[in-house]
Write a new protein. Structure first.
Lengths: 236, 236
DNA sequence: CGCGGAGTACTTGTATACAAGCATCCGTAT
DNA sequence: ATACGGATGCTTGTATACAAGTACTCCGCG
């Protein structure tokens, strides 16, 4: 928790850039110029640069000294790592569920699921609800804060998921799986919840190779390859 | 993964400060001044400041705008979170062990264990070996890179471990547990490995309350409490 | 036409100057 | 003696100037 209490430009810019990267509005491989970003955002290089450093630590951007900064391409290895991490954590979390579930969180999850079933659900709305749903499950077992770490590590996975859903059918199948997991948990059937959770988490992951064949330019090939310096910074 | 290829002052300073915090040479609660650190290290504020921002994101330091920066006190909640995370990941890793273990890694682990059994083992050496041992286990199942994420998240846990061992007996019991885990793995007995691993990981954790009673000033009480501004920056 | 090299325009890394805010200490008034 | 207030010295946040290095462009030469 990089808590800088008072509102600072850096925090705002960090969150904004992070959002742009995760939503693919800043495409993998795109060149980022500290100067241009600073000019676009109406601030100096300092907060922009510090934000990029944080994003680099998360693996969302790559900074090559004296060369340039780039939105990192989706790295299949990092996607697999994030998949393993979240699966391990979320499954272990199910084993720590208390006998009496917190009714407030349960109600919140139920409301979340209701919104997921709305027919006019947009993609970004679904991702927000999905994120909140999984974090809520972690809170049920008292490990809500661990989700922060998982969330920080799964940037590559999230981008791959977005790629999959952008060119895929509706997220209806995932919504149904969410329901299944939730019902198993509230029904006290932990083994069933584990099975449903594992199935759910792997559903997205198994799609990645297909996506990669479809849009190879968004994926990393060699980890140390330097992207071309082109300014594709077009947004808003 | 924050790869800035060419050597930069920032990377060096970041690693140095991180080491000082994790080894408790910079005590929890100590005040850090960007200016003083810069002067001590012979550089300007910029690389120091950027390092502190990274450490803040890891939760190892806290930055209060216009007030000061402090080495974060050990937060029992974050220790518990890290414990849960590493246990989930390391146990799940055991389930992914291949039938044929990589002989190179196995040999490396064996050599590591031999060094752990040396009678003149220093504490810092033990911690280094311990870190390498657990990372090696993850590599056996092909999840070596995930250890990076776990390592980044377990800063508070590591500091608690050091506190425990500083005032505790020798790490001999942990070395024996390492051996037990290793033997179970090479013997192909995954269930036994899981049991041994869980026992091992919880051995340290269960000691924390005792340590806390002994040195309460190093632990956080209220998450939002601002430490006193005193310059105890004494090292080397 | 092909190729090489100097110039140039960009990049990030670092240092420094200034801005804004908090805390403490000290002097003054009550 | 005590309460209040302003000066002062610290802090981090931001902006900017400069340094070092890469890559591309373009012109001249073979």
């Amino acid at each position: 928790m990089a808590q800088t209490n008072g509102r600072t430009n850096r925090r705002d810019i960090y969150l904004k850039l992070r959002q742009l990267v995760l939503t693919l509005e800043l495409a993998p491989g795109a060149a980022l110029s500290e100067n241009e970003l600073a000019a676009s955002l109406g601030v100096s290089r300092t907060p922009v640069r510090e934000s990029l450093i944080l994003l680099a630590q998360e693996g969302l951007v790559q900074v090559f000294p004296k060369i340039g900064s780039f939105v990192s391409r989706v790295d299949p290895a990092q996607v697999a790592d994030a998949q393993f991490l979240r699966e391990a954590v979320e499954l272990a979390s199910l084993d720590d569920l208390p006998a009496a579930l917190d009714p407030a969180v349960v109600g919140e999850l139920r409301a979340n699921l209701d919104r997921q079933r709305r027919s006019d659900l947009g993609l970004e709305e679904f991702f927000d609800l999905d994120e909140a749903f999984h974090q809520g499950l972690m809170r049920l077992s008292g490990h809500g804060n661990v989700w922060t770490t998982v969330a920080a590590a799964k940037g590559h996975l999230d981008r791959a998921r977005r790629l999959g859903l952008h060119e895929n059918e509706s997220p209806a199948v995932f919504v149904a799986q969410h329901r299944e997991i939730f019902d198993a948990i509230t029904g006290g059937n932990v083994p069933l919840a584990r099975t449903a959770m594992r199935t759910h988490l792997r559903a997205v992951f198994d799609d990645i190779e297909r996506i990669r064949a479809h849009s190879p330019e968004l994926f990393a090939t060699d980890a140390s390859s330097v992207p071309v310096r082109r300014n594709i910074v077009v947004w808003e």
